[in-house]
Design a protein around this ligand. Structure first.
Ligand code: ADP
Ligand code: ASP
Ligand code: MG
Length: 499
């Protein structure tokens, strides 16, 4: 095919109803019809709330609350059928869509039956749960492809997982209401995409693919982890050698803070890969933290855009960010954290044990969110609060040489921006912003991209607003201040000369 390809990924709110799916279809159709634009390959999430609903169903089934699960399955059925009423235009397309949905629901119910049968088999439950959770995306591809066809553009739902995955090693524990986060395999996914997607692109048929899920060589389905559809779009984009990955969501792009907490947050037109990675790691839900992994090495830009305001340009995430300034680029907050402190019972030895401490945590599938401080005698790091008890147990069990303590109820505010972190006055400005609001600082950490302030979780929203107000508001860089001073001076002198 002569045109380059771009991946367009639409999140849960973007496909949250039949009307919204029609808006999505118009965006895709417009891009497909404009020959100067890249040809679209579409990746979609489940309709908003559907993955939560599917996981509630799996819980009810495993606890034997079958009535509750039937009610949820009914609601799910109604939601997709209501959307189907709106997305097609011709009676033939409509009845074809209904038939495909019926068939999909029959297969979905078969997976529900399998889960029910595996109820008392803890080994099978994680995989049976993943199979049920995959149906949100599998159903929405059917609706979205039908809606694109209704706009007069050939489109097909890809009814097979494009991403080839590898299951986590070792025993997979069953945690009710959660899904397995599997690893995509790059070379195998590229081969699979060439088999499933390239022929459609060659015929100029818009492929609509399920985000979030993949399957192993043996055909076992699992997910890339909660909120993983941004990441799956990036994996598919890399496999298709795409020119750009557009993440269509419900805000104008990446903003200087979460607009639900800071209403006057402003749009960032550019963001570097490194800044965006920090931003998502420290809590900005707008991008899944791993989204940039398959793309940054290839210099493929990610554009974050608003489905409901497609005329706006959004944010481009690429090798370079906004012009560096002494202001912070963005502030985020990652909530529900605990600070684990490991103290050597002898005066030294903690630093030699860092590797052992982190590999013990990794064995329990726990990734530290950040390391805050260390000395010869201690090491302090943040983990998600729900993992804290098992980290403490594991570390205490494994050595008599350490005293391990945990402090929960914490949050980490990240003040992001490479210009900001390189300014020696920035840490003091950040701490002062909190002090002005009487927000106690528990501890802090720094990297090249961010200054991290650990506070009590209950203060997190207030802290975010205070830090945004004090650190993000435009600071005129010294060079341009100097230029404007020069200009003012020249203007004054010019006036003097007139006399
Ligand atoms: P989708 O369903 O499209 O994947 P998400 O809910 O996962 O959307 O992500 C979009 C949401 O991310 C926005 O509605 C916004 O509230 C939140 N968000 C958090 N931090 C930021 C930020 N810095 N910039 C933009 N949005 C943010
Ligand atoms: N539907 C999945 C979830 O809710 C993936 C996603 O939307 O990103 O976790
Ligand atoms: Mg998302």
């Amino acid at each position: 095919m002569d045109r380059k390809v771009s991946v367009l990924k639409f999140g849960g709110t973007s496909v949250g109803s039949g009307e919204r799916i029609r808006q999505v279809a118009q965006i895709v159709a417009r891009q497909a019809q404009q020959f100067e634009e890249d040809f679209p390959a579409v990746v979609v999430s489940a309709m908003a709330g559907v993955t939560d609903q599917l996981l509630r169903i799996t819980r009810s089934i495993t606890t034997g609350e079958f009535e509750a699960s039937l009610r949820e399955i009914d609601a799910l059925n109604t939601k997709h059928h209501e959307a189907a009423e709106v997305v097609t235009s011709s009676p033939e397309e409509h009845s074809q869509l209904l038939a495909t949905l019926e068939e999909a629901f029959t297969r979905f119910e078969r997976d529900i039956e399998r889960l029910r049968a595996a109820r008392s088999n803890a080994d099978e439950l994680p995989l049976r749960t993943a199979a049920v959770a995959s149906w949100g995306e599998r159903l929405s591809v059917l609706l979205v492809a039908a809606a694109i066809r209704a706009c007069g553009v050939p489109s097909e739902a890809v009814r097979e997982e494009v991403i080839i995955i590898e299951m986590p090693r070792g025993e997979i524990p069953y945690v009710p209401g959660t899904v397995i986060g599997a690893e995509p395999l790059e070379a195998e996914t590229r081969e699979n995409a060439a088999r499933l997607v390239a022929p459609l692109l060659a015929r100029r048929v818009v492929p609509v693919m399920a985000g979030f899920i993949g399957r192993t060589h043996d055909g076992i389905v699992a997910t890339l982890g909660r909120n993983g559809s941004d990441y799956s779009a990036a994996v598919i984009g890399a496999a298709l050698d795409c020119k750009e990955v557009a993440i269509y969501t419900d805000v104008d792009g990446v903003l200087t803070a979460d607009p639900r907490i800071v209403p006057n947050a402003r749009l960032l037109p550019y963001l570097s890969y490194a800044e965006a990675a920090q931003l998502s790691w420290f809590g900005a839900k707008v991008l899944h933290p791993r989204t940039l992994v398959p793309l940054a090495d290839r210099d493929v830009p990610v554009r974050v855009r608003n489905t409901f305001r497609p005329q706006t340009d959004g944010t481009i995430v690429g090798p370079v960010g906004e012009q560096q300034s002494a202001a912070a680029t963005a502030i985020t907050v990652r909530r529900h954290l605990a600070l684990i402190t490991v103290e050597s019972r002898h005066l030294f030895g903690a630093s030699e044990s860092v590797e052992q401490i982190f590999s013990l945590a990794a064995r329990a599938n726990i990734t530290p969110v950040a390391t805050c401080s260390s000395s010869g005698q201690h090491l302090a790091f943040l983990v998600e609060e729900k993992a804290a008890a098992s980290v403490v147990k594991l570390l205490q069990h494994d050595s008599e040489n350490w005293k391990v303590t945990s402090r929960g109820g914490l949050a980490a505010c990240a003040c992001i921006g490479s210009g900001f972190t390189s300014n020696p006055l920035s840490p003091a400005r950040a701490v002062t912003a909190l002090a002005r609001e009487h927000i106690p600082l528990i501890t802090q950490g720094t990297s090249n991209q961010a200054i991290l302030l650990v506070i009590q979780d209950r203060d997190s929203e207030r802290a975010l607003r205070a830090l945004h107000r004090e650190l993000v508001s435009p600071v005129i860089p010294l060079a341009s201040r100097r230029r404007s001073y020069q200009k003012r001076r020249e203007a004054r002198l010019a006036q003097v000369n007139c006399w």
